[in-house]
Structures are given as C-alpha cells and as structure tokens.
Design a binder for this molecule. Structure first.
Ligand code: ARG
Length: 470
C-alpha cells in the first residue's frame, strides 16, 4: 500500500471505494501543464527569497522538464492512489530529484495550488473562445454581406411582420456575439488574479513574494484575501454564465436554421456535410448540427446551475465540494469550443475553382420573397405613407387593415389591389402609393442606424469589420 502525502496522521488506509470516490486525478490531470507552470513559478520565488536553495530550484526544473516529456509522450503513470494531478506530479518529482521535490510544497497548499491551476487553465480557454467567436463573426459577416439586400420576412409571433434583409437578420446575431465576447473578456479580468500565497486559507509564515509569482504567471494582480482566494469559484460561475448566454444565442440561431430548412418553410438549405439521413426514411435530410447545438445548450445551462448550487452552501474557506467544480467547467469549455468551431464552419464558405465563394448556407431567395408577398408585409409602409399625407396614424391603421381584409378575400397581396380599390379606403391614395408597397421600397426606406435598408446593413457590416480588425 503506497503512502499518501498526508497519511502520517492516519492509522488505517482509506477503503478502495473512498479512494475512488475522493480522487480527481482522472479528470483534473488535464491541468497538468498549468500545475507544472504554477509550481515552477512558486519554486523560483522560493529560491529568490532564500526559502529554498538555488540547487533545489535547479533540481525542480530538471525534474519538471522530464515530467513534461513523460506526460507529453503518454508515458506518465497517473495513479489513483495519489488522488489528484497535484500529488501525482509532486510524487513523481520527488522520485526523480529527491529532497528538492519534497521542498516544493513549502509555503503552499493544494488549496491555493488548485485555485491557481484552474484560473490558468480557464484563462487559456477564454482566450480560445474569444478567438473562435471572432472566427464565427467573420463567417457571419461574409454571409451577411452577400445577402445585404436579400429580402426575408421579418417575424413577430412567428407571423410575417415586415420585410428585413437576410443580411440584417444575420447581423442581429453578430451583435449578440459581440456582447458575448465582451462578457468573456470581462470574466477574464476577474479570472486572471493569483491565489498562490494564500496557502491553505490564512497565508503562510514564509517571507513570500506574491507579486513576483503573479508576474511570472502573467496574472494581472494577486487575490487580496487568502480565505476568499482559496474558496470562491465565482470566476468559473461567471464563465459558465457567459457560456450559457452564448449557447442561448446559438440555440436561437439553430432553431431558426432548423425552421428555415423545414420543407414547409424552405428558406435555406444546409450543405450536406452538416446534416444526416434517416435509417428508415430515404428522403430525409436532417439538420442534426443545429439540433445538437440547441440540445447542448441545456447541458451548458445545467453546468451553470451545478456550479451555483455547489457554491451556495459552502462556509469559508476551502471545502472538498470544490473538487466538483472541474467537470462542469471543463465540459462547458469543451462544448462551447466545439460548438463555435462547427458553427463557424457551417455558416462559412468554401472557394470554388473560379474563385467565387460558395456558402454552406444556401439561401432560397425566391421562397423568402414569396413568403413576404403572402404575409402583407408592407401594410405598415402603406399606413406610414398615408400618415405622411396627413392622416392620423390610428385612422391610417384602420384604413390599411380594411385593405388587407379585401386582399385576403380576393386572395392577393395589397400591392395587387387596383388604384380604385385602394382609393376606396382613403381618398388620399394616388398612383405613387405603389412604390411603397414593394418590398424593395419598404426596405430602402428604413434608412437609419440600426434599420434594415441595404445601405445601412452594408454600413453596419463595414463597422463590424473595422471593430474586428481593431
Ligand atoms: N483535488 C482537489 C480539488 O480539486 C485539490 C485541493 C484539495 N485540497 C484538500 N485540502 N483536500 O479541489
């Protein structure tokens, strides 16, 4: 029976079940790089402060270099008996370099060590995610630019409301993603603070230099209270909250792609490689990727609730409950990273032999347009037109509603009514009214920042491109 790092106080070993139940090494080993990085910074500080000898630091560096090689090569013997990533690495270090390895943990606890590892790990994950959001945004911009003037029914209550352009619609998601990236960047600020030096909970009796360790590890500042530093995981919760919002946005987009791809709507088609077939129904082409994104949003929301619940009953300072923070956190980062990658690809394009862009989202512009015609989408434009000729808006609303009813009876669009028919609803009507009843007229007249006029959509895309570059 190998001895545990803490077994000196105990009269009997833990049972196999307890060992397995309390161990985290099979999921926290993915923080091995951060663990070594943190240990090297801590050791360098100990040597600089004269707490360990330079020879000890040299030995620790040599040992950690070998351990790095072993792990990278898949030769490292991860052992359940050594509980977690921290003790596994420390034990191997001591086997390699002897007493220097045993001195590494001076002035440190696994409590501040693990908090440091998670923050280092999450900082990298956040940077990856922000980069992937940008990639996806670039793909969206290309598609939006291509469709800056392509008319699409805008919906409220899933009923045709007013014409918008497909580019304008996509740019709504661009804006959501912009805020998502801001949230991750903000969360990074609070993640990037150093817990090391807090030791178990109260600090340490050794003359440590926390600012040095922070600088070595690229932290912006040190955590100001040792009890708080070892125990709170609010930065991880914030990360999961930002992830939940991001996934919520992607889930809404997924829902739209699924709806648009339904043959009953038929606004788009997705490239085959993002869809799957049915084992029984030969005709099927199912939008599995967006469906899974919608489904995985539930999983990410679940992790957020798991972490909030994990934290809410914990007295200060560290409790073993916190070991349960890792799986939801890792799973959330993995899910978000994979989802962003696949989305950037799915909404992206390939370049054909003749140099033209072929988008993976194939837009069926005719279907979008005919849905607009069936939905009286320019009724508001007609009402606005009457208001501009002096009719109070409520009266204009009433007149147009009656015109829509007539069109409905006749089974045509308002723009198909005759001049005389339109005049019967208001004497203000003349020939020039037909210009505002067209989809193009409706679109181009909403010409202000935030409006759907193609000119404005192009301006929004240009601003967005500049923002991404800057
Ligand atoms: N594996 C532990 C965790 O993930 C490391 C800290 C353990 N500290 C302790 N005193 N048991 O939180």
């Amino acid at each position: 029976e190998p001895t545990k790092a803490w077994s000196g106080r105990f009269s009997e070993p833990v049972s196999d079940l307890v060992k397995r139940y309390t161990a985290s090494v099979f999921f926290d080993q993915r923080m091995w790089r951060q663990d070594i990085q943190g240990s090297l910074a801590h050791a360098a500080m100990l040597a600089k402060q004269g707490i360990i000898a330079q020879a000890d630091l040299d030995a620790i560096r040599t040992g950690m270099a070998q351990i790095t090689q072993e792990i990278e090569a898949g030769r490292f013997d991860w052992n359940l008996d050594d509980e977690d990533v921290h003790l596994n690495i420390e034990k191997r270090l001591t086997a390699l370099v002897g007493d220097a390895g045993k001195r590494l943990h001076t002035g440190r606890s696994r409590n501040d060590q693990v908090a440091t590892d998670i923050r280092l790990w999450l900082r990298d994950a956040i940077d990856t995610i922000i980069g992937l959001i940008r990639d996806f945004q670039r793909a969206l911009l290309d598609l939006a630019e291509h469709h800056a003037a392509t008319p699409l029914p805008g919906f409220t209550h899933l009923q045709v409301a007013q014409p918008v352009t497909f580019g304008h619609h996509l740019m709504a998601y661009f804006e959501m993603l912009r805020r998502d990236a801001e949230r991750f960047a903000d969360c990074r600020k609070r993640t990037n603070r150093l817990p090391l030096g807090s030791a178990a909970l109260a600090g340490t009796t050794f003359p440590i230099d926390r600012a040095f360790v922070a600088a070595e590890l690229g932290f912006d500042e040190v955590c100001q209270n040792s009890l708080d530093a070892v125990s709170d995981r609010d930065f991880a919760i914030e990360f999961c909250a930002a992830s939940s919002l991001l996934m919520t946005h992607l889930s809404r987009l997924s829902e739209e792609l699924i709806l648009w791809m339904s043959p009953r709507v038929g606004f788009i088609d997705l490239a085959d490689r993002f869809c799957t077939g049915s084992s029984i129904m030969p005709q099927k082409k199912n939008p599995d990727v967006p469906e899974l994104v919608r489904g995985k949003t539930g999983r990410v929301n679940g992790s957020l609730i798991a972490l909030l619940t994990l934290m809410k009953g914990q007295p200060l300072a560290y409790n073993k409950d916190n070991q349960e923070d890792k799986e939801p956190l890792f799973d959330t980062a993995d899910t978000v990273i994979d989802t962003l990658r696949i989305y950037a690809d799915m909404m992206g394009s390939t370049t054909a032999a003749d140099g033209t862009k072929v988008f993976n989202v194939r837009v069926k512009a005719e279907a979008m347009k005919s849905a607009l015609r069936q939905g009286y989408a320019t009724a508001t434009d007609l009402a606005d037109w009457l208001v501009k000729r002096g009719l109070p808006f409520r009266d204009a609303h009433e007149a147009v509603a009656r015109a829509v009813r007539l069109a409905e009876q006749k089974g045509c669009d308002v723009s198909d009514l005759t001049l005389d028919e339109l005049k019967s609803f208001s004497p203000l009507v003349d020939e020039s009214v037909f210009a505002v009843l067209t989809v193009e007229g409706s679109l181009s007249s909403r010409n202000h920042v935030g409006g759907t006029a193609p000119e404005q959509v192009r301006a929004a895309i240009a601003r967005a491109r500049a923002g991404l570059a800057g």
